[in-house]
Design a protein around this ligand. Structure first.
Ligand code: TRP
Ligand code: ZN
Length: 865
């Protein structure tokens, strides 16, 4: 096992306070790759210069490298000047300025960790963030060392497409018949942004003319069979380029921008300079082979990686504790792009839902950490929802406090002042402080303190004096020790409406809560008021407020903030589920029933179908578990099913009317409007299936659908609510028609979460499917990730926990990053009743006793003692 740590050796911890600048500058790096599946030869030739006084040794990093030679100014280094400990190689007594030449040999074929140089379906590709470059050559593998890279790639004819960062320099045949291609990237960059691709690939070209009139050559490279699925990503890229010019004034800088799709990838995509590498599932789409959700995801991720060219590449991170500097900012940028391009309200509802269900869960569990962590064992474990999503919320709060115009001034200052530098989160916030004259010192606690703060809200309305008082109290996160937490600066956006008419009594206002408690007084409020608070989720906090059903119904009917309308009905669902937990035979609250009927009765009056679809979707398990802990997840599942059934009955025949009204005719369009209508139609169909037999309808949709969204919906709903024969038939038809890996993954995940059929044995059967491979993270996520995160019935059992633990152990030997992500659901034992807790902890302890990778060891040891 190549990636394991040795048992009993204490894990080494990297700390922010220990940061020291690198004492040398690397002015240029020339790399030569002689590609070979099992023995790729890498030659590095660098110009090194001492920039700090003192007798520092040159400290390089290397991992799994076969060292051939190391020369300083042409002379091989004597062994006694080299010290190699773990992943660090020290060269002692180096001159002030010298030429470093290093030759290593690596084995891409054996690289199942998918970090460094590896093979995916015969294609050479790289993934260097965060610390993968050290698997290619000895180098200071840290983001504050920036250099000009020139890359020479030598290969035989089996890999005709040879790519790297920057601009192509030369392309020639060597005397021995091999080809040699040279690329040069004129922008200094850290090695985590290095990329190389070699394969037999097809390409689609396009162009973009920038705001200063430069014509950029755009290219997407894929395996030849996938060339009919690249158009949407190309269109998305052009939209993103135009948006970044319009909204941030940021122009692309190289003459060429390339995207390459690969099948084996640990994450979504990677922003390597000029050569973005994508998980194929985040690029490839056409009507027949991608759902609406996939189209939207692709648009967002293409934009995200493109936006990194400024937020991440031109201005990069000093060290990995600053990861959210680029990721939080870039997620904020891509979510605003999606909001501008599609429906702002829906995008925000989806983001808030994701934040609350996933990031809040992380933030209250054993791996909770600040947006700017202070220490880590394995940096790969810190590509988290907190760094990305909470980090984006923190940037959003700055935007809220400053307003769009000042925020833009701040971002201009940040990008211009720090262009070409590796900086910290402070530099970003300082720029925002400078343009606004605001003091952000209290605000910085959002970056430093872990956990989700709570805001308690109490309302008092005095009819006589017509005064409304809103009392606010901030409380520390549940996980925090009371004394360790200092109050946050919390932007609280609120509005007050009339409970009966929905008329606005107090227009939207921004209040800044900086003390532990504060109160807001509104005069002249005579009607019965309802307060819409934390509108749009103006801060990533948990709201604690005792709200009556009548107030929640009023918000769900009238609030002009999409998030709060949605949030109000979600809380009503929560109340209902709580009631079903106690009284299974209880009826649905009459006013909730009325509300639902009113929402769906008249399809012609529905202005935003996508929002309504979100409103008709019940809260996710994670949210229920958090609110109702300690829980029995099986009981919650039953209560939730009961609520779903009651809602279905309440809507009765209106579901069919709604379904038919929302169906989209004509050729497939992944437009926000069409996606919203399809989403609501499918939600209606799901409820309809609970009140009447839909076998015929579903067979008809499956046979005639013009797109995968509808065909997939028919299959999915059949699998849970059609007769057994139709359910089996549609499952078979779906896999029979699953030509692409992406459609295969939809089938695998749907089979893995199916409550009626996906037992632990069925999951094992899926991992033996001829198209399943443990070495492909997408397959693993589709079966085991879906099972552990979305199949409550089978996962939350002793056999389910054991299956996950066994799978994690098996994966850990191949791909530690994937293993340590997959184990997460077991680490959430804290929110369940003791029987579940004990079973989950038993599996974690069984794992902890084994020889684990650094990645998995960190997560498991933090989760159980
Ligand atoms: N920087 C990438 C992003 O845009 C994240 C990423 C891609 C990554 N692949 C990775 C991080 C592999 C760690 C390991 O979000
Ligand atoms: Zn990113």
């Amino acid at each position: 096992m190549t990636d394991s740590r040795t048992m009993n050796s204490a894990p080494s911890i990297t700390r922010l306070v220990d940061y020291e600048a690198f004492p040398f500058a690397i002015d240029s790096v020339d790399l030569t790759f002689a590609l070979d599946p099992t023995r790729t030869r890498v030659t590095q030739s660098s110009v090194v210069r001492r920039i700090m006084k003192g007798q520092h040794a040159l400290e390089l990093n290397g991992k799994n490298l076969n060292r051939i030679s190391i020369k300083v100014d042409g002379a091989e280094i004597e062994a006694d000047r080299l010290v190699e400990i773990d992943e660090t190689l020290m060269i002692r007594q180096v001159p002030d300025e010298f030429h470093l030449e290093i030759e290593t040999e690596i084995n891409p074929e054996a690289n199942t960790a998918l970090e460094g140089l590896y093979l995916s379906n015969g294609m050479f590709c790289t993934q260097c963030e965060a610390e993968g470059f050290r698997r290619i050559t000895y180098y200071p593998d840290r983001p504050d060392v920036m250099s000009i890279f020139t890359t020479r790639i030598i290969s035989d004819a089996s890999h005709p497409v040879l790519l790297s960062n920057g601009n192509p320099v030369s392309d020639q045949l060597l005397p021995d018949g091999r080809r040699e291609v040279v690329w040069r990237d004129p922008f200094p960059k850290p090695c985590y942004l290095f990329a190389l691709v070699g394969g037999d690939l097809a390409v689609k070209h396009d162009e973009f003319v920038t705001m200063s009139g430069r014509c950029i050559d755009l290219r997407i490279y894929v395996e030849p069979k996938d060339l009919d699925r690249v158009d949407y990503a190309l269109q998305s890229l052009k939209r993103a380029m135009a948006w970044d010019e319009r909204v941030y004034g940021r122009e692309y800088d190289l003459d060429i921008f390339m995207i390459v799709a690969v099948s084996h990838f640990n994450m979504g995509a990677m922003e390597n300079k000029g050569l973005n590498i994508f998980n194929s599932s985040c690029v490839l789409a056409n009507a027949a082979a991608a759902t609406d959700q996939a189209f939207q995801r692709i648009e967002a991720i293409v934009a995200h990686e493109y936006f990194h060219n400024w937020s991440g590449n031109r201005v990069t991170c000093r060290d990995w504790f600053q990861l959210s500097l680029k990721e939080g900012l870039t997620v904020f940028r891509d979510s605003e792009f999606s909001a501008d391009t599609n429906s702002r309200a829906v995008k925000r509802i989806q983001d808030v839902n994701f934040l609350r269900s996933a990031q809040f869960t992380e933030d209250s569990g054993p791996t909770a950490h600040p947006v700017q962590p202070s220490e880590y064992q394995e940096i790969s474990n810190f590509y988290t929802l907190t760094i990305y999503e909470k980090g984006a919320e923190v940037v959003r709060m700055i935007h809220t406090l400053l307003g769009a115009e000042l925020f833009r001034k701040g971002s201009d200052l940040y990008f211009d002042r720090h262009d070409g530098q590796a900086v910290t989160i402070n530099e970003f916030v300082d720029a925002m402080g400078e343009v606004s004259g605001r003091d952000f010192s209290q605000f910085m606690r959002w970056y430093q303190q872990p956990g989700t703060p709570r805001v308690r809200v109490d309302i008092e309305h005095d009819q006589n004096t017509e005064t409304l008082t809103i009392q606010l109290a901030q409380k520390s996160p549940v996980i925090a020790r009371e004394d360790s937490h200092k109050p946050y600066a919390i932007p609280v956006r609120y509005q007050v409406i009339d409970q009966q008419t929905g008329d606005v009594l107090v227009p939207e206002t921004l209040f800044e809560l900086t003390e532990e408690v504060a109160s807001i007084t509104c005069a002249g409020v005579s009607a019965r008021p309802v307060v819409s608070i934390l509108r749009g989720l103006s801060a990533p906090v948990k709201l604690e407020m005792d709200r009556q059903t009548s107030d929640l119904v009023a918000l769900a009917r009238f609030d002009d903030d999409g998030v709060n309308r949605w949030d109000a009905i979600q809380e009503l669902y929560m109340h209902a589920i709580q009631e079903f937990l106690e009284t299974p035979e209880a009826n649905l609250d009459a006013s909730l029933q009325q509300l639902i009927c009113d929402l769906i009765r008249d399809p012609s009056s529905i202005s935003d179908p996508a929002c309504l679809s979100e409103m008709l979707t019940l809260p996710q398990d994670n949210i229920l578990w958090d609110a109702l802990q300690p829980t029995d997840p099986q009981k919650i599942l039953e209560a939730r099913k009961r609520l779903r059934q009651r809602i279905a009955l309440a809507g009765s025949s209106m579901w069919r009317t709604l379904f038919e009204a929302m169906r989209v005719a004509g050729p497939y369009q992944p437009s926000a409007d069409a996606i919203g209508r399809r989403s609501l139609a499918i939600t209606a169909l799901g409820y309809m299936a609970k009140v009447e037999s839909i076998d015929h309808l579903i067979l008809d949709i499956e046979a005639n659908a013009s797109n995968l969204t509808e065909r997939y919906a028919a299959y999915r709903i059949a699998r849970s609510d059609a007769s057994e024969s139709v359910s089996l038939e549609l499952s078979q038809r779906f896999i029979d028609r699953a030509e692409t890996d992406e459609v295969l993954d939809l089938w695998l995940s749907t089979e893995a979460v199916n409550e009626n059929t996906a037992t632990v044995d069925r999951i094992k059967e899926l991992t033996s499917h001829p198209r399943f491979a443990w070495t492909n993270p997408n397959r693993v996520r589709s079966v085991l990730g879906a099972f552990a995160n979305r199949n409550v019935k089978a996962f939350h059992t002793p056999d389910g926990y054991r299956l996950l633990a066994d799978s994690v152990l098996k994966l850990d030997a191949m791909n530690p990053q994937i293993a340590s992500r997959l184990v997460m659901p077991l680490c959430q034992w804290g929110r369940f009743e003791s029987t579940f807790q004990e079973q989950m902890k038993a599996e974690l302890r069984r794992m902890a006793a084994k020889d684990l990778s650094k990645d998995l060891y960190e997560i498991v040891s933090k989760s159980v003692d």
